[in-house]
Design a protein around this ligand. Structure first.
Ligand SMILES: *Cc1c(COP(=O)(O)O)cnc(C)c1O
Length: 380
């Protein structure tokens, strides 16, 4: 057993990994004291545009704000419906409800955990205005079908790419596009544990239309284009200059970080592929997977395995334990228990194991060993 506990993520180790660069970036910001919309924010905008291929990027305070600003910019009316997966992080549903729009939950695929497009089609009504796919755990939703549905029914696509920065989707026509850049508007988060993480909060919105970009920018800045001229109701949501300085370091190392996570995933895959009662993450051939999470499905014995790993000093997490339609805040007579059987079952079966970039190969092998021990599979 390793001397130390294996943490689910190790942010102190992330800092130490590039400490000189972080320290220099932070010192430069402190010396210039341009804390609000400073130079580092502009630089990060350019770096992110180059990395993603997005034509317009609006940075903001966090990923939840990104979703809210995106929805505000689409000028939706109270009661308009947005279709989203029942198996997601709360922020996705929260902003819909907050803006007096209606979250219409649908079930997800059992294999990719992403929104089920047949269910989306069945849920489209005259009030539907937007589809909100979440690229869960780092793999893109079925965007080919979502695009086709959006075109057919004249709907907006709002992508929640908070977990999938850097994931690439290949459309049938050969077009390859990054997560967040495939829809009307895409949203992401720089929460410290995300693949492109700040040392605090941050977020961004992607879009490819200049008029929409203008509106997004205006909304994020109190509804003003010119100082003290308020054209519409907005919010105050900015990416902090210090966080941008940190992100400028992080984005340089993002390709290597994704590569490392994919290598860890491959090591897990090879070792855990043939265990009865356990499923490794499914790969959709159309999308790359950037492994924000490496999420197993454990039939029946999930909680038992979680405890077994904890006793061996290995952290694991359940994302998510409760589907959105069964959260108290979003309960409605329309979506009683049993409405989304796959989402409900996943909540009983998923277990995410450590996949952070600072894991050592010895730690990975120890995690594998313990999982195999639990299932009593002979080690070759
Ligand atoms: C993290 C996350 C968000 C929100 O990001 P914050 O920056 O924490 O506001 C939204 N959606 C999903 C799917 C997320 O994982």
């Amino acid at each position: 057993m390793p001397e130390n506990k294996i943490n689910f993520i190790d942010l102190a180790a992330v800092y130490k990994l590039h400490q000189t660069e972080f320290d220099a970036a932070i010192a430069a910001t402190l010396n210039s004291a341009d804390y609000i919309n400073g130079k580092a924010v502009g630089e990060f905008n350019l770096a992110l545009a180059e990395f993603t291929g997005a034509q317009h990027i609006i940075t903001c305070g966090n990923g939840t704000d990104a979703l809210q600003i995106a929805m505000m910019a689409l000028n939706l009316q109270a009661g308009d419906e947005i279709i989203l997966p029942a198996f997601t992080y709360t922020a996705t549903a929260e902003v819909i409800a907050l803006l007096n729009l209606k979250p219409v939950f649908v079930d997800v695929y059992a294999d990719t955990f992403n929104i089920d497009v047949a269910a989306v089609e069945a849920a489209i009504s005259l009030k539907t205005k937007a589809l909100l796919p979440v690229h869960l755990f780092g793999q893109c939703a079925n965007m080919e079908a979502i695009r086709a549905l959006a075109n057919k029914h004249n709907l907006y696509i709002i992508e929640d790419a908070a977990q999938a920065i850097g994931a690439q989707y290949t459309f049938a026509n050969g077009e390859i596009v990054q997560a967040g850049c495939m829809g009307t508007v895409g949203c992401t988060s720089f929460f410290p544990t995300k693949n492109l993480g700040a040392f605090g909060d941050g977020g961004a919105i992607f879009c490819n239309e200049s008029e929409l970009a203008l509106q997004l920018k205006m909304i994020a800045n109190h509804g003003q284009k010119e100082k003290y001229i308020h054209e519409r109701i907005g919010v105050n949501s900015r990416l902090d200059t210090l966080q941008a300085a940190i992100l400028n370091v992080q984005i340089k190392h993002l390709p290597a970080a994704i590569f490392r996570k994919q290598a860890i995933a491959a090591r897990y895959d090879a070792a855990l592929a043939n265990i009865t009662g356990l499923s490794i993450p499914y790969r959709d051939a159309k999308s790359t997977h950037v492994f924000h999470q490496y999420t197993l499905r454990i039939a029946k014995r999930r909680n038992e395995l979680k405890k077994y790993l904890a006793d061996a000093g290995i952290d694991s997490m359940i994302y998510y334990a409760t589907p959105m339609h069964l959260q108290k805040a979003y309960q409605s007579v329309e979506f009683p228990k049993g409405t989304f059987p796959i989402a409900e079952q996943l909540c009983e079966e998923v277990l995410s194991i450590p996949i952070h970039t600072t894991l050592t190969d010895a730690e990975i092998d120890f995690i594998i060993q313990k999982i195999k021990d639990f299932f009593a599979v002979a080690i070759a």
